[in-house]
Write a protein that binds this ligand. Structure first.
Ligand code: URP
Ligand code: ZN
Ligand code: ZN
Length: 471
């Protein structure tokens, strides 16, 4: 084996979740081999003067090529989705292998591997979605899959084709407890939503902005509290995903103050979008469909509460919840080729490439520290989802997943410049400070000076997950 370094990144200003130091980074066989000064010449050299060297991002919640009900299709598969991730500084993604009601979880995992193989450019793990916790799933499939490296799974308290009853939630949480796995919870009250939706639709209030009125904060607050109660009863940690604002935050903070292990995630849409992006009062146009996601974006006061909770340690992870539906597409937001009543619009917004720059702008504006940025976007998701220390840090032995950031570069986000396959971004026109200019995955330079270098589809590796580390 050659002892020559494959790559040396010189004069790196390294920032991890806990430390900041200047050094050269020596890479061999895809891993960080040495951190030090005056390293010998490598086969490839890179000068990082003036740039920050951060661990590649880990996006712990995104949807890529997820099988959809008839007529709907996600615009991004594993190739375009991971290409966009890499161009936004994210080197690891964790999308969802989703069980269908009446279907097998193992079969969903096998199908999802087929979708990823030969396509992914970034490394990837899988979460599971448990939609039908039959006795066989609870007793056999789930424990076996956990042992094989699928140690986190999402459950839904809403959506007819996915939601679990309270009793089923308790059963799934119990399996997580017995097998040391982590349950991610989509917390919204299904009956309240369907009751409100029927009323709104009955009154003819069907344009996109009514999506927000059908899922008010109270609906999320109640389900968040109920999920916390289930976790307390079963005595198991949970992670509440895509928290939208202060009412759910209050529940989570309350649980955390009582010593319960309630973890939480938020996403860019709750920092940058509001209900008005789905349509102003009196606006019955359809453009607002672009920002329809669940829970829905709220208002500036809630945005401020989410920023404060990020800085204050309420959240463990900041994910994209990238849900890539085209706008002008009969398989996307204009389902069947036409404007839909709000309750038929595919839910979710794209954001896998813009996740990190949008949060980094908060660092530039003094809203959170660089260490918090790394912790929320790379270190904690790597730990929670069993990928640390291979991912989530810059340390000897870790994969050489490194993003070099220009902290001063100002960029106006435009969909034309993004690398996903979606025909819009909800963040069009927003100007951010700080941009990931070079990106390495296992030592391979995939983005140079902001330019994607067309690495081979399929270079991304599947990452079986270890046990969750909660701190
Ligand atoms: O609206 C959203 N968030 N769609 C994606 C699926 C989910 O619930 O995360
Ligand atoms: Zn969800
Ligand atoms: Zn999601």
């Amino acid at each position: 084996m050659s002892t020559e370094l494959d790559l040396v990144i010189r004069n790196a200003d390294v920032v991890t979740a806990s430390d900041r130091f200047s050094c050269d980074i020596g890479v061999r066989d895809g891993r960080i081999a040495v951190l030090g000064h005056g390293l010998p010449r490598g086969a490839r050299e890179m000068d990082a003067s003036g740039l920050l060297a951060l661990p590649g991002g880990v996006d712990g919640h995104c949807h890529l090529d997820q099988p959809m009900p008839d007529g709907m299709r996600m615009a991004d598969d594993f190739f375009t989705g991971t290409r966009a991730a890499i161009c936004g500084g994210t080197t690891t993604v964790i999308p969802f292998a989703a069980q269908e009601k009446g279907g097998s979880l193992k079969a969903a995992v096998a199908d999802y591997h087929r979708r990823a193989e030969g396509r992914a450019v970034a490394d990837y793990g899988f979460h599971l979605i448990v939609a039908d916790p039959t006795p066989d799933v609870l007793k056999h499939e789930l424990p076996e899959l956990i042992r094989q490296g699928y140690t986190s799974f999402k459950v839904y308290m809403t959506y007819d084709d996915l939601k679990l009853s309270d009793r089923e939630m308790l059963d799934v949480l119990d399996v997580a407890k017995q097998n040391n796995a982590l349950v991610m919870v989509h917390a919204e009250n299904a009956d309240c939503i369907s009751w409100l939706t029927e009323k709104l639709v009955g009154e003819g209030r069907i344009s996109p902005r009514f999506h927000g009125l059908s899922r008010p904060a109270a609906v999320e607050r109640e389900a968040t509290h109920r999920a916390i109660t289930f976790a307390e009863l079963v005595d198991v940690p949970i992670l509440i995903v895509h928290v939208s604002g202060k009412e759910a935050i209050e529940q989570i903070r309350w649980a955390q103050s009582r010593g319960l292990q309630i973890l939480a995630e938020t996403c860019p849409q709750y920092l940058y979008l509001t209900a008005e992006d789905m349509g102003l009062q009196g606006d019955d146009g359809y453009e607002g469909a672009k920002c329809v996601c669940s829970p829905p974006p709220r208002d500036p006061e809630n945005q401020a509460a989410v920023w404060r909770a990020l800085a204050g340690g309420v959240f463990s992870v900041f994910s994209s919840d990238h849900a890539p539906f085209n706008y002008d597409d009969p398989e996307g937001k204009k389902l069947g080729g036409q404007a839909q009543p709000f309750d038929h619009i595919p839910n979710g917004v794209p954001g896998i490439e813009t996740r990190l720059p949008l949060l980094f702008d908060g660092v530039a504006r003094g809203k959170l520290s660089l260490h918090q940025f790394v912790e929320l976007t790379s270190y904690r998701p790597a730990r929670l989802y069993g990928l640390y220390p291979r991912k989530g840090t810059i340390a000897v032995g870790a994969d050489a997943d490194i993003t070099l950031w220009d902290p001063e570069r100002r960029v106006r986000i435009t969909n034309d410049a993004l690398h996903h396959a979606v025909d819009y971004t909800p963040y069009e026109g927003i100007e951010v400070t700080g941009w990931p200019v070079h990106c390495f995955s296992r030592g391979e330079m995939l983005v140079e000076n902001g330019k994607y270098r067309e690495p081979a589809p399929g270079r991304g590796q599947f990452l079986p997950a270890g046990a969750p580390s909660l701190v």
